[in-house]
Unconditional design. Structure first.
Length: 266
């Protein structure tokens, strides 16, 4: 039960940061709670825990989400900008779901490659560095609050979000980096990133994680509850934090810290 509580707490806090919450769960699980679980099983459990923070997003953005549902059912009468917003979410979700499924199956196929804890640490650190570079490039681009959410930008955003199926690549970090490269401002990108997490997390659990629901236990409930509570308690604080710092510096520092700790452990 303690392990479930801790893993849920890690998900609840890490989800709002531009680091991979999935990778953080895998790192904590493999380094502090080794139980013989395969890498793909750890990935599945990490995806399952996203349901806790998904609920936190729904509670935090409930007015925005309720308004989106209302707009979907009155789509024809909407203004162009509102139609673009809805189209952006739908197209990006389809693209990211397709790309994510491809990478998830790839990870499952080569599950044995990720069996070593030290190797996992290095892989996660490597992808964190890649994320930091992408974020740095996006932060140096000129951004505008008037950038339209056209189909081209939704496809690129979907591709970047889909890459997050690779353990170590942050979904929010990658998605925000992609939108930054497209000239979308950080505040808007943050909101879009969280809204986009809702359908993709639901689809990922429906398509890939039926086994977790079939084996649902009190430990699953504790982990989900912990993820929801910590997610709801920290979302406001951490959203303010990440808006005031450069994402790229934060992710690069975290990657460097992970490399140092890994070298100490090896």
């Amino acid at each position: 039960m303690f392990e479930s509580f801790i893993l849920g707490a890690v998900q609840g806090v890490a989800e709002w940061l531009p680091v991979s919450s999935e990778a953080m769960i895998i790192l904590v699980k493999s380094n502090f709670f080794p139980t013989g679980m395969s890498f793909s099983e750890m990935v599945s459990f990490a995806i399952f825990l996203h349901l806790g923070t998904l609920l936190a997003v729904v509670v935090y953005y409930w007015k925005k989400i309720a308004n989106l549902f209302h707009q979907v059912f009155s789509y024809r009468s909407l203004e162009k900008s509102n139609k673009q917003y809805i189209n952006f979410i739908i197209i990006a979700t389809i693209i990211s779901g397709t790309v994510g499924l491809f990478f998830f199956n790839l990870v499952e196929k080569y599950d044995g490659f990720f069996s070593n804890e030290i190797r996992i640490n290095y892989i996660v650190a490597g992808f964190l560095i890649i994320t930091a570079i992408l974020l740095f490039i996006s932060e140096t681009r000129k951004i505008s609050k008037k950038v339209s959410l056209n189909p081209g930008r939704s496809i690129v955003t979907g591709l970047f979000q889909g890459f997050a199926a690779i353990p170590g690549i942050s979904r929010s970090g990658s998605t925000i980096a992609g939108m930054g490269l497209l000239g979308i401002d950080k505040e808007r990108a943050l909101e879009l990133s969280f809204i986009l997490s809702i359908p993709i997390v639901l689809l990922a659990n429906i398509i890939l994680n039926y086994s977790e629901f079939a084996q649902f236990t009190w430990n699953h409930l504790i982990a989900l509850s912990s993820a929801f509570i910590f997610g709801l308690l920290t979302i406001e604080l951490l959203l303010r934090f990440v808006q005031r710092v450069r994402f790229s510096y934060f992710v690069a520092f975290f990657a460097l810290l992970l490399l140092i700790l890994t070298n100490m452990l090896s």
